[in-house]
Design a protein around this ligand. Structure first.
Ligand code: FUL
Length: 494
């Protein structure tokens, strides 16, 4: 064969091959009918909100001069010399918190009394003027480093209300507050959450004025400018305030989210801290215009700060477990306050309670009886495998069961392979497509009959339904009302 012929033969082969490469996939995609996923329903979470949902629970640390003066709200006239922890060990805090299964720490870098736990360039009312480490200490840094060591996320609480500062109530104070945020955010990061306290204005020391100062919470701080400034320094930070913008308060400090919990709410009350909205915050609103999920903040002791006379009032593991079910189990995140004592350590009673609580959670959610279980769905979106029932038991949060758009009800039957004693059913919606379910029943097959064990409302990121040790070999989840076709990503049975 001449060289020319060989060359043309080769060219033809390459041509043939490229035809295959281009056309075969085309033929395949047009044959396997793709059923489009459901459209999102209402507001949906941002990437950073999704990451926050996955944290589920983390710790609050309240620590300042109050710890040494036995107060909850320092007046602002406390001498910096009172702050003198004798054995402070931030690693003990982080270790205790990590072992309790919590995922981060939010530290009160400054509470309402104005004392700063780091040496601030902008005030003398700080740790640099305390006896702690002869004025060379920095609790913010110690906690930040301990978080890194124990793989915990770090968060900042910086009280907007400052009862020490002479200029509180004037624009100069807002500048001071922003300077402190710059100080903190330029030194410490990443910061997963920034906590803006709703308590604002009242009586205080105010540089010796000893008077009452009122501010208009909705305008004084000019929050949009402050938040923009912080966001520029820390793009992934989640902002907490009573009403958002990223996450909202749950409306009480008892550790209890509403049984109905919509992640959506209309933020017309943003920053204002108006009264009368606590019920709304506790439940959210079905037709809310923004995704602003709730955080449940609660203390392990009666106070937010340590008081020796509350050593025997530390919440029991059982009580903490109830709180877990009523916060994380109702689709909110839990922010559990654990205040260090005057030594600068988490007290032994708190450590014991936390350990036993963690054990209770581990025991209760040890063996998922539904993992890879067979699932029969009442119907499947476009009869496609992509949306079939077993997607809820495959432990993959990215797969889900969905129905056709017009079907707003439907059920899943989870086959447990033999009679089992069931205590909890865990449900999750695929919230990337919004929150949808309005009402549902959990049923159990008992002696051949379906029994409704619980009629409930919302699901959201996570819902844990206690079912009290029922004996059954099949669990049915019946969606009885939904804003759009149900999209369930996960069902676990314990
Ligand atoms: C409230 C504050 O007034 C309390 O002292 C505490 O910090 C709590 C978490 O928030 O608004």
């Amino acid at each position: 064969m001449s060289q020319k012929i060989r060359f043309y033969a080769k060219l033809a082969k390459v041509w043939q091959l490229s035809l295959y490469l281009v056309f075969i996939p085309l033929v395949f995609t047009s044959c396997s009918k793709q059923v489009p996923p459901p459209e999102p329903c209402g507001p949906t979470p941002t990437e950073r909100q999704l990451a926050w949902h996955q944290m589920e629970q983390y710790a609050f640390i309240h620590f300042t001069t109050n710890t040494f003066t036995d107060l909850e709200w320092g007046y602002g006239d406390e001498s910096t010399s009172v702050f003198n922890p004798t054995a402070l060990d931030a690693n003990q805090w982080a270790k205790t918190i990590k072992e309790a299964g919590l995922k981060g720490i939010i530290l009160t870098c400054k509470h309402h009394d104005g004392f700063c736990l780091w040496p601030s360039e902008y005030t003398e009312h700080d740790i640099a003027n305390s006896p702690y480490k002869d004025g060379n200490g920095n609790v913010v840094e110690e906690v930040y480093e301990a978080c890194k060591k124990y793989d915990l996320k770090f968060g900042i609480y910086l009280s907007p209300w400052d009862r020490n500062h002479a200029k509180y109530g004037t624009p100069e104070y807002v500048e001071y507050y922003r300077n402190q945020l710059k100080e903190l955010f330029s030194k410490y990061g990443p910061v997963f959450e920034m906590w803006f306290d709703g308590a604002n204005g009242g009586d205080g020391y105010y540089g010796g004025a000893n008077e009452k100062r009122k501010i208009d919470g909705s305008t004084y701080y000019d929050w949009p400018t402050t938040l923009r400034m912080v966001r520029e320094m820390e793009p992934e930070v989640i902002f907490f305030s009573d009403a958002g913008p990223d996450i909202r308060w749950c409306g009480n400090e008892r550790g209890s989210m509403g049984e109905t919990n919509w992640n959506t709410i209309t933020p017309d009350t943003l920053y204002a801290g108006k009264s009368g909205i606590t019920k709304l915050l506790n439940r959210g609103s079905e037709d809310g215009t923004a995704w602003i999920p709730a955080e449940v903040d609660v203390s392990i002791r009666p106070g937010w700060f340590y008081h020796a006379d509350e050593d025997d009032q530390v919440r029991t593991p059982e009580n903490l477990f109830k709180i877990y079910l009523e916060s994380v189990g109702r689709g909110a995140n839990l922010l559990l306050n654990i205040p260090p004592d005057r030594r600068g350590l988490i007290h032994e009673n708190d450590v014991t309670s936390l350990k036993e609580w963690k054990q209770m959670i581990d025991d209760a959610f040890k063996t998922n009886l539904a993992l890879n279980a067979g699932v029969d769905a009442s119907s499947v979106r476009g009869k496609s495998k992509d949306y079939s029932g077993p997607n809820v038991t495959d432990a993959n949060p990215e797969t889900y069961w969905a129905t056709n758009d017009e079907e707003l009800t439907g059920h899943l039957v989870i086959n447990l392979e033999g009679a089992k004693s069931v205590n909890y059913v865990v449900l999750q919606e695929y919230i990337k497509l919004g929150q949808r379910v309005k009402t549902f029943d959990v049923e159990a097959l008992v002696d051949g009959n379906w029994e409704i064990v619980k009629t409930a409302t919302t699901i959201g990121y996570k819902r844990i339904i206690p079912v009290g040790g029922i004996q059954t070999d099949k669990i049915k989840i019946s969606i009885t009302e939904s804003k759009a076709c149900p999209v369930i990503s996960n069902v676990e049975v314990y």
